[in-house]
Ligand binder design. Structure first.
Ligand code: SF4
Ligand code: SF4
Ligand code: SF4
Length: 571
């Protein structure tokens, strides 16, 4: 199952998630949002902004429960932002609550964060310049998917989550431990599945999943006694989730006037910096980048009642109160903290100017003045959206001003009220629109048709011909598969928009009446024939008695038969 997905039935087609997605990893198809996994960097923005809660995050607690059931030695690696996520309890209460779920041990990820920061400092000592920190997996994904040319600047160092797993697996190697990271981040779930470090961390849970688990087990965290803290020996790494935390931990110059380091948080700011990286990196030794504004303390699944600044204060207080005077106690032989990043570039096919123009024409944009660039569709400009249509990410109808204007226009009014069915298809024979009358004629109520290929609806051969010749064609057609509907179908080529329009005049009633009349006529003829035969017999009998001819009677009855057959009758 994908880490992130959309509940189609909940999605209300508002485009808010597209508007906020920094890399436009959301496709609209049949009027619903769909996350494209390869494009997504799992920063979680779409989850936070969706007003319908239509985005779902994969729940991985089941895997941890299976480890526990299996009696595995399961260690919780608790991200340093936990003090902001559980602000009203003592850390020892959280540790004990986790143990009551079955974890064998609870350790702070900060232990490894300290080593990760020092590894970054080591890179600078080795003479590397403009190093981009690699502790935020959403930023790493942004770089290896969208800016692969900057990978040489991305620190080849694992994140604190992976470093901690390596550390714990070495320290407890005899117990063959399972390491479960718990933090505020969706991107960590994707990070543990990256090829270069796959499965080093056994599971990445969010604080949200753990809170839900406590609720399922009716665990009240306040029930646990506060114990004298027995926290790890960490100097500054508990401040990692605050912006600048890595630089502070790695003893970089973090002064406000520092010329050698810079901290950039918030995905758009990071994108802008990376766009202009060649100029921006000038003179810098290290660049701390984090996807969430303010750092992990604003992680998508931290969900704290505290404001961002209260969270920051809480973390810094906790960090200062428990800071040891020296760096982490190192185990005898540290595991390597290095890793590779490999490019996974996202193909971005670009349309030619002519192709772009055709797409813009579909929504009534024929001149630059028609391009409103209002952003209502989720894209910044009409051209950006047209490119997304070309790339199969967006649908032409996502242009709200166009759709509204169309709905309000007189011709649209006519199309809406005409008893004739009308369909519009694009040059690829994909259905762009159809009016209510057409749905009625073919009994398509409630069926999603827009966006489908025409051949999923009817035989498209007339449309194919009109597309080729650009000349209108009319034909009577019988559709036995749609309740024996008979129509006269006229297809036109609309030069300006490049669309094909089909007009369906419903002949079903007329055909039914004709058939009924035919049946009545047949029956009447049969009856008349019977009457004539009987009359002739009677007439012959009377004539033989009176000695007269029956010719006149026969002639009159024959005329009646011709009238019924609709034939000409001579006087
Ligand atoms: S934000 Fe996206 S997923 Fe949510 S309702 Fe709007 S379009 Fe659908
Ligand atoms: S997680 Fe981020 S990149 Fe992925 S679809 Fe949502 S907003 Fe876009
Ligand atoms: S800033 Fe922190 S919480 Fe946000 S995506 Fe990066 S690692 Fe995850």
């Amino acid at each position: 199952m994908s880490i992130l997905s959309t509940i189609k039935t909940s999605c209300r087609d508002c485009y808010k998630c597209v508007r906020h997605c920094p890399v436009k990893a959301i496709r609209f198809s049949m009027g619903h949002a769909e996350i494209i996994d390869e494009r997504c960097i799992k920063d979680g923005r779409c989850v936070l902004v969706c007003p319908q809660d239509a985005k779902v995050i994969r729940n991985d607690t089941g895997i941890v429960k299976s480890f526990l059931k299996n009696k595995d030695f399961v260690i919780a690696s608790l991200a340093p932002s936990f003090v902001a996520a559980f602000p009203n309890i003592d850390p020892s209460q959280l540790f004990n609550a986790l143990k009551s779920l079955g974890f064998s041990l609870v350790r702070e990820t900060a232990e490894a964060a300290e080593l990760v920061a020092l590894e970054h400092a080591q890179l600078v000592k080795e003479g590397k310049k403009a190093i981009i920190t690699s502790s935020c997996p959403a930023i790493n994904a942004l770089i290896y998917k969208y800016y692969p040319q900057h990978i040489p600047y991305l620190a080849p160092v694992v994140s604190p989550m992976v470093a901690h797993a390596r550390l714990l697996k070495k320290e407890f190697k005899d117990e063959h431990p399972r390491v479960v990271f718990i933090g505020p981040c969706i991107a960590k779930k994707a990070e543990r599945e990256e090829n270069e470090i796959i499965d080093e961390v056994d599971v990445a849970l969010t604080f949200d999943e753990v809170k839900e688990w406590f609720a399922q087990e009716n665990i009240d965290l306040n029930q646990f006694p506060i114990e004298t803290e027995n926290l790890s020996s960490v100097q500054w790494a508990r401040a990692f989730p605050v912006e600048g935390g890595l630089l502070k931990t790695g003893d970089f110059d973090t002064g406000i006037l520092s010329q050698e380091s810079v901290v950039i948080t918030g995905i758009e700011r990071c994108q802008r910096f990376l766009e202009n990286f060649e100029n921006e990196k000038e003179g810098l030794k290290v660049i701390e980048m984090m996807s969430c504004e303010g750092g992990c303390i604003d992680g998508p699944l931290l969900k704290s009642p505290l404001s961002l600044y209260q969270r920051r204060r809480k973390i810094i207080e906790f960090s200062q109160k428990n800071a040891s005077s020296h760096h982490t106690k190192k185990i005898l032989e540290l595991p390597s903290l290095r890793r590779e990043f490999n490019p996974l570039p996202i193909p971005q096919p670009q349309p030619s100017e002519e192709e772009l123009r055709k797409i813009l024409n579909l929504t009534g944009k024929f001149t630059p003045q028609d391009e409103l660039n209002c952003g209502a569709c989720g894209y910044n400009t009409c051209r950006e959206k047209a490119i997304a249509v070309y790339q199969g990410l967006a649908e032409a109808e996502m242009c709200i001003p166009y759709m509204r204007a169309r709905a309000e226009s007189f011709s649209s009014f006519l199309i809406a009220v005409t008893p004739n069915g009308i369909i519009l298809v694009d040059e690829n024979l994909r259905i762009v629109d159809m009016n209510p009358a057409l749905r009625q004629i073919f009994d398509l109520k409630g069926r999603l048709m827009v966006g489908k290929m025409l051949d999923e609806f009817i035989d498209p051969s007339i449309f194919v011909e009109v597309r080729r010749t650009k000349k209108a064609v009319s034909q009577e057609i019988h559709y036995p598969q749609y309740n024996n509907v008979y129509v006269k179908l006229s297809v036109f080529y609309l030069e300006k928009s490049g669309l094909l329009m089909g007009v369906f005049v419903d002949l079903t009633k007329q055909k039914d009446q004709e058939q009924m009349m035919e049946e009545i006529r047949g029956k009447t003829l049969e009856k008349a024939q019977q009457v004539i035969t009987n009359q002739m017999l009677v007439a012959q009998e009377i004539a033989s008695l009176l000695g007269e001819t029956t010719a006149e009677t026969k002639s009159l009855l024959s005329k009646l038969m011709k009238i019924l057959r609709g034939e000409n009758v001579e006087e």
